[in-house]
Ligand binder design. Sequence first.
Ligand SMILES: Cc1cc2nc3c(=O)[nH]c(=O)nc-3n(C[C@H](O)[C@H](O)[C@H](O)COP(=O)(O)OP(=O)(O)OC[C@H]3O[C@@H](n4cnc5c(N)ncnc54)[C@H](O)[C@@H]3O)c2cc1C
Length: 260
Amino acid sequence: MTQEEYMAFVAAVCGAEKVTPHEFEDKRLFEACQPIEDLAARGERTLCFGPMRPVGLDDPRTGRRPYAVVQLRREDAHGETYSLVGFQTRMKWPDQKRVLRMIPGLENAEFLRLGVIHRNTYVDGPRALDPTLALRSRAGVRLAGQMTGVEGYVESAGCGMLAGLFATAEFLGIEIAPPPETTMLGALLRHVTASAARPFMPMNANLGLLPPPETTKRLSKTDRKKAKTDRALADRDAWLATLDARLLTMPDAPKLATFR
Ligand SMILES: Cc1cc2nc3c(=O)[nH]c(=O)nc-3n(C[C@H](O)[C@H](O)[C@H](O)COP(=O)(O)OP(=O)(O)OC[C@H]3O[C@@H](n4cnc5c(N)ncnc54)[C@H](O)[C@@H]3O)c2cc1C
């Protein structure tokens, strides 16, 4: 989108009719999954720093970076159906069609499914789960994935591997240390089993979860990220090296190699 197209789009999003949540609906929204109209209402440029961010997407025809972009995700093998990434919305359906058709290239789009807010069901992990993802109220039952309060594909898969690892260890009668909090899986595990924040909210993987680097030097933003990442990789390897070899060789053991 050019700046003009983007500004017209944002104005249309802000002016569109929205569905009002029912009284009984919980109105708390997950920060990383805000509806586009809520983002647009924060400021006219908010969307182009969020789901419409053009960074790294120079137009091959002009060599120039567009003002804003949308990402289409292919939904079927034939490439006939696409979804708009990061476009949660509560706009009423006739308005969704009108507003989304303002996106260049989508003027004649046919809509197979319109946007609705999805509900995310998760337990209050710090109260319900022990440090190995087992239910405090029912020994031997472990939860994994989004229902523990991690959010996202990789996070859910990683949480599943941890739950499998803890279950395997319990089965074999082996004690294992959880991954250190300086690693992303360790930090997510800590969040869902021990976060003190109230109300408890789901969490994506993000570098903010990792403790600050141990240095007295003032680091630039890039160096801080690198220091956290380097430490996470080293600590992960050290942690993997402490795991009992039986965990790695059981036929049904979680595929620890994929941690790498
Ligand atoms: C619209 C939308 C867009 C998203 N986009 C992204 C994205 O771009 N990137 C990203 O990382 N994450 C995204 N997410 C989040 C991501 O989808 C989830 O975090 C992830 O799929 C959770 O994985 P999971 O295996 O824990 O749960 P799910 O993928 O929800 O799997 C749970 C499974 O259990 C089944 N089930 C439920 N109840 C029962 C029952 N009683 N008996 C038997 N089976 C049952 C369900 O049918 C489902 O198949 C998105 C989510 C939504 C809703």
